[in-house]
Design a protein around this ligand. Structure first.
Ligand code: ADP
Ligand code: GLC
Length: 496
């Protein structure tokens, strides 16, 4: 099958969160399973890519967009990277979505509109890559949300031309790509799709809504989140349309990329370790304590957070539970960046308890790996969590996670109190400070029983969290969506 995976970020080139990890792992697994996978992403400033670079292809001029090129690069995972090169839109200091001062770029509608436009074009007979047309366009999150709409538009204009099936994966419903409706002209959104049945969302236009309305299939990154987003509480205003499209919506749990996250082979760790021999983990703990200037103390249980510092992640809940954790003799190491007030509150706590609380603000891949390896337990009291990757990494690294009872956390952690034989972590009874304290108390009690703790670590380290299973589920979804598009001829698609 020819698969076009469109994404605004992909590790190791550009990553702000889990989507970067998924974009690196899932396409590579699909390629490994024998499919022809092209990954489309913008060529941001300073991106380092190695591989066999092909000739750039000039893109046809699309309405209001500046001139752009596609540069194919064959990378070592077997995936062809298609770098969408448009210096006027993407060569900027700052991150993929925000400028150096943290503000959204003023022209994000056009920046990501182009990404979606090109993604859709690659799934039509007018594909700019000669000889290559996608059978499936897999759009990720709001930045690619218009791709299914553009494909639907092509089908309306030229119903007899074959077009790719469109898949939207929602990695986080909280990011909705909302822009003034005034942008609709420049984006080429037809008038008849600017209403409530189309892209309209409280008077504005939402690129995520476009994807939800027009995709042939919708997935999200865990079965529990797929259920939750159909409720008013977690639907972020989209629960109605998600319920209406429920038959097209499916949750597929993310996996973890063992090439990068395996404590026995992790090149970013000072000491490596395995499920059978955790000596290296104990060494990682003291190296970590030194590195972040905590008291170097084997007997202090070390809790960890590696996260965007936002309300979603329940960082305020960690702050509320912190006094009890400190009183119990625990330590906390935090790596993250985000909301200034949360950064300040964490830094203040570190100043108050310098031997027990350490906070590093910023994005640091190597330190994230050392924390996963060196900590005793991991905290994720998220208010909602579409999937979450850190709770899976921490299980692989013998660091039982303490998690909120939501989304992908529920689908990937087994509570060790409820199931002492198979438990891999601790699930909070509620998503608040009392819930975290309850789970923390149970974790501390278990930690004091080395045999019991060892079993929890060992259970977690034995978990597979493989990408292959999930990739096979995506292939199922692609195939079913293809059936929808070409009314029965899709078995041919699946066989390719
Ligand atoms: P989300 O995508 O909502 O941020 P996930 O748990 O899915 O949450 O993925 C977060 C990813 O980003 C993980 O790979 C995590 O290790 C990484 N990460 C988050 N914050 C940092 C940071 N400050 N430094 C390094 N890695 C980080
Ligand atoms: C989002 C979610 C996170 C998920 C990630 C990758 O950023 O917040 O839960 O793991 O996407 O799918």
């Amino acid at each position: 099958m020819k698969i076009l995976f469109a994404t605004p970020e992909c590790a190791p080139y550009v990553k702000t969160g889990g989507l970067g990890d998924v974009s690196a792992a899932l396409p590579a697994m699909l390629a490994q399973l024998g499919h022809d996978v092209h990954l489309l992403m913008p060529a941001y400033r300073g991106m380092k890519v190695s591989g066999e670079i092909g000739d750039g292809v000039d893109l046809p001029a699309y309405s209001h967009w500046p001139a752009a090129q596609l540069v194919p690069v064959k990378v070592d995972t077997g995936v062809t990277l298609l770098l969408l090169t448009c210096p006027a839109l993407y060569q900027r200091p700052g991150g993929p979505y925000v400028d150096a001062s943290g503000r959204d770029y003023f022209d994000n509608a056009m920046r990501f509109g182009l990404l979606a436009r090109v993604a859709s074009q690659l799934g039509t007979v007018h594909s700019p890559l000669r000889g290559w047309r996608a059978d499936v366009v897999h759009a990720n999150d709001w930045p690619c949300g218009l791709a299914p709409l553009y494909l639907a538009q092509t089908r309306m204009i030229a119903p007899h031309e074959p077009t790719a099936a469109s898949i939207l994966t929602i990695h986080n419903l909280a990011f909705q790509g909302v822009f003034p409706m005034g942008e609709a002209d420049a984006l080429g959104i037809p008038h008849h799709w600017r209403g409530i049945e189309g892209v309209e969302f409280w008077g504005d236009l939402s690129m995520l809504k476009a994807g939800i309305q027009f995709a042939d299939a919708i997935t999200t990154v865990s079965p529990s989140y797929a259920r939750e987003i159909q409720t008013e509480e977690h639907g972020a205003g989209f629960d109605g349309i998600l319920r209406a499209r429920a038959s097209r919506l499916r949750g597929i749990l993310n996996g973890i990329d063992r090439r990068l996250w395996d404590p026995a082979q992790d090149k970013l760790l000072p000491q490596r370790f395995t499920r059978e021999d955790l000596k290296g983990k104990a060494e990682c703990k003291s190296i970590l304590q030194q590195r972040v200037h905590l008291a170097v103390d084997k007997s202090a249980p070390l809790f960890a957070v590696v996260s965007r510092l936002t309300a979603q992640k329940g960082i305020d809940i960690v702050l509320d539970a912190l006094p009890a954790l400190v009183r119990a003799g625990g330590q906390l190491v935090v790596l993250g960046q985000g909301v200034p007030e949360l950064q300040e509150a964490l830094t203040a706590a570190a100043r108050q308890h310098p031997k027990q609380v350490a906070v590093t603000l910023g994005f640091d891949e190597a330190l994230a790996h050392l924390i996963e390896a060196g900590a005793d337990a991991f905290l994720m009291p998220s208010r909602f969590e579409p999937c979450g990757l850190n709770q899976m990494y921490s299980q692989a690294y013998g660091t039982p996670p303490i998690v909120a009872p939501v989304g992908g956390l529920l689908d990937s952690v087994t509570d060790a109190t409820a199931d002492p034989q198979r438990g891999t972590g601790f699930v909070m009874p509620s998503c608040d400070a009392a819930g975290l304290q309850d789970a923390l108390g149970r974790a501390l009690a278990a930690w004091k029983q080395p045999q019991q703790w060892r079993r929890i670590q060992s259970n977690g380290m034995a978990r597979e969290f493989g990408w292959e299973d999930s990739a096979l589920q995506y292939l199922d979804v692609y195939q079913a969506a293809g059936v929808v598009v070409d009314g029965g001829k899709a078995s041919e698609l699946a066989a390719r």
